[in-house]
Design a protein around this ligand. Structure first.
Ligand SMILES: NC(=O)c1ccc[n+]([C@@H]2O[C@H](COP(=O)([O-])OP(=O)(O)OC[C@H]3O[C@@H](n4cnc5c(N)ncnc54)[C@H](O)[C@@H]3O)[C@@H](O)[C@H]2O)c1
Length: 348
């Protein structure tokens, strides 16, 4: 059974990734595309064979056959558009970050509950086969208790005239909320651990814009472990590593290049069968190294859209709950507060 979709915002991510991902699915029928720029909407309609192109958001909601909308507009439109979509009884796939603030995200959650519509958030990296396998390995206790994590996600993003991402009021922040939020979300998704306290340095070191081009965040997790998240807009793409490292009492998992828009990268797992006694030589000889092997050529965007299609048709849980995205947003807010006030901030 196909779910009938409307797309709100046909810019970078929608046109480059999510709509092509929708086209690969036999669970999706693309009915309408909308963009504030009518030329963009028209081009998108032609390219993907949608029935309607609009430049007015309300026109999408007025199409009664549309059951779900994918909202990929700039972040400062998310709250208004998601609440109006919920009131029009459309299910929602909403791009990350949910909204500008936790308070806005709570309002979206309330509107979805009151109108009985499903909402899933665009944390696509959860659908990477490797991240799901790492999650299983940790749940099985193979690396023991998690004691330390590190993640790094960067790109090169110089000053661009008029770019909404470079204005705090329009984006909610810079590298941390745009890039680092994926790492924060994955750490929670993969390990189940939640941050209780954070400290951060958010700075604009390199560029002229007002949002952070570099963010270094430390999170104290609820099992006592500590996680580090480095987010940068000022490291050349060619020099980016995109790493996720998880260390436990029985081993470690290091994923390189898996924080990406394709299911790529490598994962190296080291598990120690015998760490009972103290070894003064600190020999690494007893560790066995394993690399994960991919079993499918998945498309994370197809999977995130199909996850919501299944939740709609089977009345099942959505793949990425708004509650988990609100948790991510709380960390972001606490991290900006920590950096501004130069102190540790509790996450409640
Ligand atoms: N999950 C991911 O992989 C990923 C990657 C990039 C961006 N994103 C998220 O997607 C969203 C959009 O980011 P982007 O990079 O595609 O931005 P973008 O600037 O490339 O595209 C945004 C589009 O929205 C249009 N637009 C402007 N005002 C609008 C309105 N009121 N209603 C509808 N459309 C409007 C613009 O004309 C533009 O075409 C953001 O929330 C961003 O964080 C997610």
């Amino acid at each position: 059974m196909k779910v009938k979709w409307g797309v709100i915002g046909c810019g970078g991510i929608a046109d480059r990734r999510t709509i092509p991902g929708m086209m690969l699915s036999d669970k999706v029928e693309l009915v309408a595309v909308m963009d504030a720029n009518m030329d963009v909407a028209e081009k998108c309609k032609e390219k993907y064979g949608a029935k309607y192109a609009f430049s007015n958001f309300e026109d999408v909601l007025a199409v009664s056959e549309i059951e779900a909308v994918y909202i990929a507009s700039p972040v400062f439109f998310h709250k208004e558009q998601a609440i109006k979509a919920a009131k029009a009884k459309k299910h929602i796939l909403l791009e990350k970050p949910v909204a500008l603030t936790v308070a806005e995200a709570e309002e979206i959650k309330k509107a979805c509950e009151e109108n009985n519509v499903k909402i899933s958030i665009g944390f696509l990296m959860r659908f990477h086969e490797y991240h799901q396998k790492i999650r299983e390995i940790i749940a099985e206790g193979k690396i023991g208790n998690v004691v330390s994590m590190r993640g790094q996600f960067t790109c090169w993003y110089p000053d661009i005239e008029g770019a909404w991402r470079q204005k705090k009021a329009l984006s909610g922040g810079g590298a941390l909320v745009d890039m680092g939020i994926h790492v924060i979300d994955l750490m929670h998704y993969i390990t189940g651990l939640k941050a209780v306290e954070v400290a951060a340095f958010n700075q604009t070191q390199t560029f002229g814009y007002e949002v952070d081009d570099s963010s270094n965040l430390i999170m104290k997790m609820d099992n006592g472990s500590v996680a580090y998240v480095d987010s940068n807009f000022n490291i050349p793409d060619a020099a980016s590593v995109a790493k996720l490292e998880i260390y436990g009492t029985k081993g470690s998992i290091v994923a390189s290049g898996t924080l990406a828009q394709d299911e790529v990268g490598t994962v190296s797992i080291l598990i120690s069968d015998d760490n009972a006694g103290y070894d003064a030589s600190q020999s690494r000889g007893e560790l066995s190294a394993v690399s994960l092997e991919k079993t499918s050529d998945g498309n994370m965007y197809t999977k995130e859209v199909e996850g919501l299609c299944d939740a709609i048709t089977d009345n099942a849980d959505v793949p990425v709950s708004i509650e988990s995205a609100i948790y991510d947003q709380k960390i972001i807010e606490a991290a900006y507060k920590s950096s501004e006030e130069k102190r540790f901030v509790e996450v409640k």
